[in-house]
Design a protein around this ligand. Sequence first.
Ligand SMILES: *Cc1c(COP(=O)(O)O)cnc(C)c1O
Length: 463
Amino acid sequence: MPDHRALLHHTADLAADFMDTLETRPVGAIATRDDMLEAFGGPLPARGEAPGEIVEHLARAADPGIVASAGPRYFGFVIGGSLPSAVAADWLATAWDQAPGAVTVSPATTRIEAVAGRWMTEILGLPSEAVTAFVTGASVGNLVGLAAARRHLLLRAGHDVEKHGLFGAPPLRVVVGAEGHSTLFKALAILGLGRERVELVEADAQGRIRPDRLPRLDDRTILCLQAGNVNSGAFDPFADIVPIARAASAWTHVDGAFGLWAAASPRHAHLLVGVDGADSWVTDGHKWLNVPYDCGMLICRHPATLRGAMAIEAAYLPEEAVAPKDLGPELSRRARAVPVWAVLRTLGRQGVAELVDRCCAHARRLAGGLETIGFTVHNQVVLNQIVATIGSTDFTDSVRRRVEADGIAWFGPTHWAGRPALRFSVSSWATTAEDIDATLDAVARAVAALRAEPASALPVAAG
Ligand SMILES: *Cc1c(COP(=O)(O)O)cnc(C)c1O
């Protein structure tokens, strides 16, 4: 028998060594792309090497090229870390090597998925009849939700799109807010609904759909709403819009990659009033729920429709009514709900609410501190997201680059209201108030140092 105990113990030590550095290591990567090419390039070996040596080499060679995005002072994009119980459960799922497509293949992991899905819909206040498909992330969640919408509307019009394709199908309308996420447009492109054929609805200064600009909806319309704008964290006004869509028999799809989790918090759930009236919802596990990557969920009110859109035809692995393989695009895949189950058990309903509330409180502290330093905060900080600038675009970007070089924190550039800005997202379970203060200190130092430099040292402001 191979000595997996020694190999996995050693690997666990290497992983723990890495995780122990997350609080103190420079947040950005140190290595350049060329360094990494050198570390991992070279010819394909003719003969294999010992597993222990390979893991050792991986850990050492990759380290300078690893971004501490799982650490407490990474505020880039909307990323989130991984709770320790989620990492551990994910390892176990890897060791089990189970594909949770059907009960006969893996009784344990299919059950774990069903329970994790039920707990999640309960925490999010979504209808109990809804089913959950565990997918790679919100990109695929959007794809699956829109496929269900396409089936629902076309079948009602007498066209079975899964059987016959879009050939000869009556046209559908797609209504999307002007601030819809790029992955939603990609999903529309893949599904033959067209990236550019959509009716864009004007958004307000926070990125929310303006209800007064909503076109007339009908029973051939897919309406795409958003819970959590990727920059501002703003929510579309569900209570104003969802009842209109329901009355028109349109399908409402909600992209809530991170924002949907606000429903778990009694303090923030008001942002989502009316969202439960939609037909499909997307969220990510790997962002705000803090499970490792490769975990998103599509929740659908209409199990039969979702199954019709995703089922493998014919009596392939005869099974109970709804097997996971018939709810999402994959037949074989990893048991990605296992860390979700572990996190929901680790935190409980209250712990998820506290995670959301804590990140939002840190975001308010960060926004307040930035304003004290001289930043303009451009959004209402209703959630965990901040959009800010200080002085000119060049000055703002110089501050970002200086903090990045300092290694204390990392936040990224974005575009807001037609101009470059900085975006901060507080999405990690690990972030503390001290991390926020250390970040603000680093930002203040960068601003002071740049102001102290002769003006000629700054790039000429482009306006
Ligand atoms: C991140 C994000 C997505 C895409 O999710 P992935 O998990 O990266 O596929 C979609 N919509 C919103 C609002 C997001 O923030």
